[in-house]
Design a binder for this molecule. Structure first.
Ligand SMILES: Nc1ncnc2c1ncn2[C@@H]1O[C@H](COP(=O)(O)OP(=O)(O)O)[C@@H](O)[C@H]1O
Ligand SMILES: CC(=O)OP(=O)(O)O
Ligand SMILES: [Mg+2]
Length: 401
């Protein structure tokens, strides 16, 4: 069975085509820096890597390029899209309606589309991807795998906000949490790598990419996470503010003559490191490079970014009354030794965290980066949301047949 997986992130599209009988990856790739300067596609087939520089303005253009690539003369892995048996889509917000993956039909697609206002940087791109795939592959089952599913185990103490209870009942306002597929995958991989039963571990998973969130994974289940009702809460991100005093919304609305919705758009699209650096960049590579060259504004942005991550790690160590393992993953977590080292060395030594700087100096591999005498084991685990989505897709399609 050949499964195509499409993972639209806020700044990227990741894709994988897998032969699910063996879980062999036939092709995979990344469309990155969508909508900003320097957009490109990195396409891998077998051991070959191709970098295609191209202006890609939005997710729709990006997805079209991906589908063309899979069958194009130069890079092809399949002769026609008809060879694809099922498509697995990452869908960011599933609300309380979707606690597990579904085969998409008209009704579920409408429901996903209706949730767009709760995940404005994601659900519209997810819906676009589903519609495009349905059009190009009309007879192929399309499956939605939700970022919110893994976090459904959170207790009420973690997911309820201290606002009038009726708003939870009436509007389902609560913490949902996102990046669940990633937090689940890396926490399980970490336990496997360490040869330990995940049911005995207190793990903090730090998914830091363009979107970023932290989760407290206790005994294998999500216990708390930093993103909330929408993917805006929590950490400082590429263009998102993360936590702020909610009173800022009405203050800014009044002072700047904006609606509340417009202020929230600013918090989603013009804030984070992009906002702190006065629009210099939302991409952590650009910020880190300048910070290391001595640029004060970028240094400040990186400091604020790291400080917020460290605060959440401290909070979740308290929430679980301890921490055995800390995992770094996603674009920054996997590829930035500087960020990992600064977080651990500046803020986490009180927990007994000790990093081996030599071991930490690498990109994109599974590796323990703490010293043998560190009280907490720190690992880098490259996430693989696509593999998890492909497995769910195979399972759903097989049970249906
Ligand atoms: N070598 C690197 N050093 C620092 N940051 C990096 C590096 N490589 C990638 N990143 C950052 O990772 C982020 C993208 O992460 P990713 O998880 O792919 O994002 P998303 O899925 O949210 O679109 C970008 O900010 C990018 O700059
Ligand atoms: C939920 C979210 O922010 O996803 P991403 O990091 O892929 O943008
Ligand atoms: Mg992502």
């Amino acid at each position: 069975m050949k499964v195509l997986v499409i993972n639209s992130g806020s700044s990227s599209i990741k894709y994988q085509l897998l032969e699910m009988d063996t879980e062999k990856v036939l092709a995979k790739g990344l469309v990155e820096r969508i909508g900003i300067e320097g957009s490109r596609i990195i396409h891998r087939k077998n051991e070959e890597k191709y970098v295609i520089e191209k202006v890609i303005k939005n997710h729709e253009e990006g997805l079209k390029e991906v589908l063309d690539l899979l069958t194009s003369e130069d890079y092809k892995v399949i002769s026609s899209l008809n060879e694809i048996d099922a498509v697995g889509h990452r869908v960011v917000h599933g609300g309380e309606r979707f606690s597990s993956s579904v085969i998409i039909d008209k009704e579920s697609l409408d429901a996903i589309e209706m949730m767009s206002f709760l995940a404005p940087l994601h659900n519209p791109a997810n819906v676009m991807g589903i519609k495009a795939a349905m059009e190009l592959l009309p007879n192929v089952p399309q499956i939605a795998v939700f970022d919110t599913s893994f976090h459904q185990t959170m207790p009420k103490t973690s997911f309820l906000y201290a606002i009038p209870y009726e708003y939870y009942e009436k509007y389902k306002i609560r913490r949902y949490g996102f990046h669940g597929t990633s937090h689940k995958y890396v926490s399980r991989r970490a336990a496997e790598i360490l040869g330990k039963d995940i049911k005995t571990l207190k793990i903090i998973t730090s998914h830091i990419g363009n979107g970023a969130s932290i989760a407290a994974v206790k005994n294998g289940e999500s216990f708390d996470t930093s993103m909330g009702f929408t993917p805006l809460e929590g950490l400082v991100m590429g263009t998102r503010s993360g936590d702020i005093d909610p009173a800022i919304v009405s203050f800014l609305a009044q002072e700047e003559g904006l609606t509340a919705k417009e202020v929230v758009e600013i918090l989603n699209n013009k804030s984070g490191v992009y906002g702190i650096t006065k629009g210099f960049s939302s991409d952590m590579r650009d910020i880190e490079d300048k910070a290391l060259e001595g640029d004060k504004v970028c240094r400040l942005a990186l400091d604020i970014y790291e400080y917020r991550i460290a605060k959440y790690i401290g909070a979740y160590a308290a929430a679980m009354n301890g921490v055995d393992v800390i995992v770094f993953t996603a674009g920054v977590g996997e590829n930035s030794p500087v960020t990992r080292e600064e977080i651990c060395e500046k803020y986490l030594t009180y927990l007994g965290v000790k990093i081996d700087k030599e071991k930490n100096n690498f990109k994109g591999l599974e590796r323990v980066i703490s010293t043998p005498d560190s009280k907490v084991t720190v690992l880098v685990v490259p996430t693989n949301e696509e593999l998890m989505i492909a497995r769910e897709t195979k399972e759903l399609v097989s049970t249906k047949n």
